[in-house]
Design a protein around this ligand. Sequence first.
Ligand SMILES: [Zn+2]
Ligand SMILES: [Zn+2]
Length: 348
Amino acid sequence: MSKKDYYGVLGVSKSDSKDAIKKVYKKLALKYHPDRAPEEKKEEYEEKFKEISEAYAILSDEDKRKQYDSLGHGAFDQRYSQEDIFRGSDISSILRDLFGSSFSGGSGESNFGEDLQYGLTIDFEEAAFGCEKEIEIKRNILCDLCEGTGAEDKRLEKCNKCNGEGRVAVNLKTHFGIFRQAIICSKCAGDGNIPKQKCRECNGKGIISKRKKIKIGILQGIDNGQILRVGGEGNAIKYGENGDLLIVINVRPHKFFTREGDDIYLEFPISFSQAALGCKVSVPTLSGSTKIKIPAGTESGTILRLRGGGVKNVSAYRIGDQFINLKVKTPKKLSRRQKKLFMELESS
Ligand SMILES: [Zn+2]
Ligand SMILES: [Zn+2]
């Protein structure tokens, strides 16, 4: 058995709640359940599945978790047998919830294809004002030649491995007998039927990978790191619904502006005399430029606010402000006349 730290195995932290850990376990169990392993990765998945199940069994049990935290991995491992570890855990019921529908022939609950992720980089202004982008993704779709049946003439016959059940009863070779259950038939992938003659386009899988261009409407006010979910543009699966496409937004930095929430910030240099005497200057804004009045005697670091000069909130009708941080440039070289003037100022 693995000597890896249980928290590390699940990728959770010591302060995470039982519920949070359960969520993570469900996700990982869905991913690594041996039923779902590609043929060449069966062993790897089974090993991983054991690892996460063991980690979950410990961390979901308050007493065992406490023991584990205080004893450390090595001592805990010696003291607890595999039976102890899984005693009383709710893993069986979680797995029934997760996989129950596919075991009972796909009634009721729907199956979803994988979500896809796409990183999209846009300009600062595009994020501020919204835009439309066209992207190209590669994703799984139902084969159009056989309409997803896997048979070019669409004629199917009963799978002889599972006798049309779509699943076969096996003993999963794990340390815990509780996973003796029906698994998806590897020959028909759970369909119960196989094509009489395999489709040449998809080799009988019913699914092919294809590129597609998609237009994405980027909402006004979207910010760096936000994720747009485009429903149904993820991977397709047979007898289920498409996954979603997740667009992860990356906003290029702006030449002048930085953004915090809906507000934007600008550092604006003014000369010593502009600061001392006051003036009107033209400053860049998101929509172009505007004139602002700088009062006489302005100090470096003074911040002026242009109400409504920021970004429209992405989900509410609210507009941020623009803040202008005035930086007074101290003259590096002074003429004799300037020096005399400054000295007079100093003594006044
Ligand atoms: Zn096909
Ligand atoms: Zn079968």
